[in-house]
Design a protein around this ligand. Structure first.
Ligand SMILES: [Ca+2]
Ligand SMILES: [Ca+2]
Length: 127
């Protein structure tokens, strides 16, 4: 009698995420005087293998352009929510500029581009 292994066949989707640019990145005017922001963006898709990525650091730029694309594998049966964090690079350690925002990747239409603006202002609300 043959043993039958039943492998669950799970679909896998690839999602491409492009981090385009930032506008008016600030650590607050006082901190900006000491160090013009050096922003980068961290992406984290917890359910995905190698789900942690980050852009390069753009030095001394309040309006950085990254235009960097990352591909993530996504199991459509899981709840796929990507966390996006705006970071400030420093010599010793990196600071979070804006609290993490989440993007729901579930129910995206396939083969279409979706553009999303994120506003990071919880830590330094405009005065
Ligand atoms: Ca700087
Ligand atoms: Ca810095």
């Amino acid at each position: 009698m043959a043993e039958i292994f039943q492998a669950a066949s799970r679909k896998c989707l690839v999602v491409s995420v492009t981090v385009l640019r930032g506008e008016n990145v600030t650590q607050g005017w006082w901190n900006d005087l000491a160090d013009t922001p050096d922003p980068f963006v961290k992406l984290h898709l917890p359910q995905s293998p190698s789900g942690k990525r980050q852009t390069t650091v753009i030095n001394n730029d309040n309006n950085p352009t990254w235009n960097e694309t990352f591909q993530f594998y996504m199991d459509p049966e899981l709840n796929n929510v990507m966390n996006v964090t705006l970071m400030e690079a420093d010599y010793v350690y990196h600071d979070v500029i804006g609290r993490t925002k989440s993007i729901d990747l579930n129910n995206l239409e396939h083969d279409l581009d979706h553009e999303k603006d994120l506003v990071f202002n919880e830590k330094f609300p405009p005065s």
